[in-house]
Design a protein. Sequence first.
Length: 594
Amino acid sequence: MKKEEDEEESAAAVSRGAAGKEKSRRGGRGQEREAEALRRREQETEERRKMLEEERKKRRVFQDIGRKMLENNGNEEDDGRQKIREEKDKGKELQAIKEKHQVQLYGRGFIAGIDLKQQKRDQSRFYGDLMEKRRTLEEKEQEELRLKKVRKKEAKQRWDDRHWSQKKLDEMTDRDWRIFREDYSITTKGGKIPNPIRNWKEYTLPPHILEVIDKCGYKEPTPIQRQAIPIGLQNRDIIGVAETGSGKTAAFLIPLLVWITTLPKIDRIEDSDQGPYAVILAPTRELAQQIEEETIKFGKPLGIRTVANRYLVLGRCTYVVLDEADRMIDMGFEPDVQKILEYIPVTNQKPDTDEAEDPEKMMMNFESGKHKYRQTVMFTATMPPAVERLARSYLRRPAVVYIGSAGKPHERVEQKVLLMSEGEKRKKLLDVLARGFEPPIIIFVNQKKGCDVLAKSLEKMGYNACTLHGGKGQEQREFALSNLKAGAKDILVATDVAGRGIDIQDVSMVLNYDMAKNIEDYIHRIGRTGRAGKSGVALTFLTKEDSSVFYDLKQAILESPVSTCPPELANHPDAQHKPGTILTKKRREETIFA
């Protein structure tokens, strides 16, 4: 046991001895490496020191050389700088040569085969850049100031070019008023015509008049009201040429009511025995009643009455209205109209001079109360020679107002025609009524007897029809119209005499069972529909007996933007020329019979 322990100790001693030798050997090698690294660092430091020394020597040499050059060549400094500048300029020139740009031709020359617009854009850009490079600072400031003025002017132009509806009243220019009149198809003749009304609130009407207008349901003025009311308030005579249903009644009533309300109420009561202030003439009783209803609607809240007596005193009449003047002439009332006008005093008649067109003088006279000049207003749908003759006799320097195309059918009425024989009319009428047109419907015939017969036939067929013609009494006429307006009757069968001037709202169709004898009556007939901005249909039955109006009817349909002329009428021989035209053939077109 002891022997084994001794052997282990001797083996451990041998191990320790070997480890010590190995450690001592490693320590010797590490010392050698450290010595080698130290020698290498010392060598690198020495080499770096030598290099720095050589650089300092070279720097001193260069400084000495530069000092000597400055001492020896001080006078040549300017020449050297000049050479440097020349070299720089030469470099810029070479650089400009190297830069590529589009060839620019003189005058109006351009390169073929390349887009012309693109060449112009490139040319403008090129010269713009060239001028920008050559501008001095002062020129650039001037150019910037010029561009600023141009931009300001363009902004002002854009502001002025706004639509008139986006401007205030005091911002309106002459150009805006021209556009305004074009928008509402208003054309005027005469000197110093006032600007039209844009809306009720902007115009300087008395508050009590505006209140009545609002109560009567007039939201916006119609085109004839926009222009005729300002003229009427200047005490000017007026000729208004406008289509039926354009609001002419209010156009002459409002200036009249404004003037009457400026008079002292006590004077109006005390002078009532001298007669009315105004006389309004109309061709038919129905139209006169409609005007009376409208006058009562406006005048009653203002304490203004209408006269119901048959005999009148015209001692203080200062306002005369001729409504539907062309129709009055057509119906043979010209002598009666002249007789009535002759009874009106001439002491307050306007002078036939430039004073009648002077707005300031006429306005002062309008506000002068009892001393106001007589004012004559004439409304008509057409201007035949007889109406012009009447206007020249009784109106003084009138302002003429045209609305739309005078004497032409409504642009909103679709005109249709059917060619047939007289015996086919009744069956075709029933076919048309079966299509379901909304009531009321107006059917025109040429004779009173035919009117009654047709209405009775329709009643037998189950339609609610009534008649209106010259053979009816006043109560019968009023009863028929009231039934139609109230919806108790759906169809009105009428003649031209009674049909002219009646105002029935929302007429969906006008049917000419018998074609009118002339195109003027035809236009007045179809004017019963398409009123107040609404559309309508006008259907006409044609027979060979109506050939005298084929040409004019064809032209009326062709002028309508919503109507189409059927081939049967367009190609009919009687529709190719006006009646009474003498056709002459060329010699080569004549046939010679041997």
